[in-house]
Structure formats: structure tokens, C-alpha cells
Design a protein around this ligand. Structure first.
Ligand SMILES: [Zn+2]
Length: 269
């Protein structure tokens, strides 16, 4: 599932289309539009002012104020550009934005947990999101304040998009490994020192993920429809039964809060 580093990578690749004008939008599956404050035709002829990211949302803002297209990849979504002429007849393409620079941006999503929002005010969606983990506002003091007295597993807590936005299953497992904290520990049991470690580890794995252009475990592709590179650097995620890179114990997998979780019982306490 695309998480913060993947959506950030998509955003950076698509940013070369800033300043392009939308010539046409093609909606192949109308129900992929989750909320529509305006009809897709209303943005024909408008210029793209910016590509931004908030949590796992990509926000495309248009020159006419109060016209924004939000994209969420869900489980298996891809959002990438192609030459306008390119006719691939790919499956599961639900929404296409044609630009006046000879390109089109294609939303493809086999499982359809993702979607498109056509919004006058993107704050209606993004105001509910928790802190951006790579911003300064996400710090160990904040992490200490949200774990305090919480009885849920620490992994479940850091996946809560209303508290911290952008972390998913892969980077949660990797950050907890780096911080040497078991994913099933009660959030409230973290010491101050552990909260500091976890805060640093979260920032570090997300930055590394961006540097390697995201993790392609199955579906993820960047804005050029290419695979990411961070899967080569995963320490625990998807490595059940393999040796821990630090102590050589076997990596175990356990379901925590309904999510498959990978960790080392020796290194993580
Ligand atoms: Zn280990």
C-alpha cells in the first residue's frame, strides 16, 4: 500500500506538469470519484498550480481558486503519467487527466480502495489528518503525549492517521525495528527514551524510503510507472523466517490490530 514515501515520490515525479493546462478529464468509472463538489468538466482549461502531499493524499491545485483534485492510492492504486498518444489498454484505469503538454496522468486501481476527490476546499479532508511525521511539529514530546496511558499496541497507534499521517504497515514495522521496540508493546508502556528513539526511527525510515523512491512490494509504481527501490533495503517487513540483519535470529510474523507485523524477538523489546 502506498505510504508517505511512495506518495511523496509520485508527487515529485508528477511535479514537472506544474503549469500545464488540463485539456480534458476522462472518467471511466464514475464511482471512483468519492466526493464531487464540481463536475470533472468544470476543470477543463484550468492550469495546474501545484502538486502537494498531505499524509497519503496527493493534492493537485488548479489556478481557479477552490478547485482541487485529491488522489488517494488506497491499497493498490497507481497514479502516473504517460505520453498522450500511448494506447496500452491497461486494465483497471478509472480516471485520466489529459494535459496540454502532450501527457496524461492516469489513475489505475485494481482493488478500488483508492479514489479521487473533486473539492472546493481540501481542508474538509486534510484537517482530520494527524501530524506530518517529517515536519518539526512531529517530535518526541508529541509522541510521548499521544502514547501516554494508551493501552493499544504501539504499532496500532502509529498507524492511526488521525494522530500521525502517512505511516502504513511497511514503514511502521521498519521504524519499530530500528527503534528496537516490539510492535505489540502497549503504547503507554514506552519510556521517554524509547519515545525519542521511535520518533527518530520514524523520520529516518521515511526519509530513506523517499531517497530510494518508495517500496514496491506488489503494486506500487512511481509517477513514471516505475518500481521503487526501498524493498531492497527492508530489514524486517516481508522477511518472515529470514535472519535478522543485526542478530541472526529468525524474523517472526504476527497479526497485531489486524495487520501482519514483522519483528525480531531478540532485538526488539
Ligand atoms: Zn535481531
Amino acid at each position: 500500500m502506498p505510504e508517505l514515501p511512495e506518495v511523496e515520490t509520485i508527487k515529485r515525479s508528477l511535479a514537472i506538469n506544474k503549469g500545464a493546462r488540463i485539456s480534458r478529464i476522462e472518467v471511466i468509472r464514475p464511482d471512483i470519484i468519492r466526493i464531487r463538489d464540481f463536475e470533472p468538466e468544470a476543470v477543463h482549461g484550468l492550469t495546474i498550480n501545484s502538486f502537494r502531499r498531505r499524509g497519503k493524499y496527493l493534492i493537485i491545485s488548479l489556478d481557479e481558486r477552490e478547485s482541487h483534485i485529491l488522489v488517494h492510492m488506497g491499497m493498490s492504486g497507481r497514479f502516473y503519467m504517460q505520453e498522450d498518444q500511448y494506447e496500452a489498454n491497461e486494465k483497471h484505469v478509472h480516471f485520466i487527466i489529459y494535459l496540454d503538454n502532450g501527457r496524461k496522468m492516469v489513475f489505475q486501481d485494481p482493488r478500488r480502495f483508492g479514489g479521487i476527490w473533486l473539492l472546493r476546499n481540501p481542508d474538509t479532508i486534510i484537517c482530520k489528518l494527524g501530524k506530518e511525521p517529517l515536519n518539526r511539529e512531529f517530535c518526541s514530546a508529541y509522541l510521548k503525549s499521544i502514547v501516554k496511558d494508551r493501552r493499544i499496541a504501539i504499532k496500532t497507534l502509529i498507524l492511526d492517521q488521525n494522530l500521525i499521517s502517512g505511516i502504513g504497515n511497511i514503514y511502521a514495522d521498519e521504524a519499530l525495528f530500528l527503534a528496537r521496540i516490539r510492535p505489540d508493546r502497549t503504547a503507554g508502556s514506552l519510556s521517554d527514551e524509547e519515545a525519542v528513539r521511535l520518533c527518530r526511527a520514524i523520520k529516518r525510515v521515511l526519509r530513506q524510503g523517499i531517497e530510494k523512491r518508495g517500496t514496491t512490494f506488489r503494486d506500487y509504481r512511481d509517477g513514471n510507472n516505475n518500481r521503487g527501490g526501498f524493498q531492497e533495503h527492508l530489514q524486517v517487513y516481508g522477511r518472515e523466517g529470514e535472519e535478522c540483519p543485526v542478530c541472526n535470529s529468525r524474523i517472526v510474523r504476527k497479526r497485531i490490530g489486524g495487520r501482519s507485523s514483522h519483528y525480531c524477538v531478540t532485538c526488539q523489546k
